[in-house]
Design a protein. Structure first.
Ligand code: FE2
Ligand code: FE2
Length: 129
């Protein structure tokens, strides 16, 4: 069972950006599946993929914001950092229930995509790279 499923409220209204966001959700689900079937030791590599995938996505957005001298850059970046903290907690604690994890992550994705990312992509238009 996937931890997170794509939801229309995640959409920022730009298919290319939505596609990238779906990939991030897939990476989370892969870690989750690995934890359930193979256990914490074996999930480490998937966690690495997840962390790199999300970091790369955030780095790209932050680069676009700097290039556009985007006024909301600092707050947007801070919200990215809060998800990376959440994921590090997930990696270290490993003890949170599925419901708790899916609730925390879903809350972040719903809120971040609908607010920070929707505003950003409306302003700077297409193209995650
Ligand atoms: Fe994004
Ligand atoms: Fe973002």
């Amino acid at each position: 069972m996937a931890l997170l499923t794509w939801n229309d409220r995640y959409s920022v209204g730009d298919p290319a950006v939505d596609h990238e966001h779906r990939e991030l959700i897939d990476l989370i689900n892969q870690v989750h599946a690995e934890l359930q079937t193979a256990g914490p030791g074996a999930a480490e590599a998937k966690f690495g993929d997840l962390y790199r995938g999300i970091s790369a996505h955030f780095a790209l957005e932050e680069k676009q914001m700097r290039a556009a001298r985007y006024p909301e850059y600092a707050a947007h970046k801070a919200d990215h950092e809060s998800l990376l903290d959440e994921i590090r907690d997930m990696m270290e604690e490993g003890a949170a229930s599925d419901e708790e994890l899916s609730r925390r992550l879903d809350a972040w994705f719903s809120r971040h995509f609908a607010t920070f990312d929707a505003r950003l992509h409306k302003k700077i238009g297409h193209g995650h790279g």
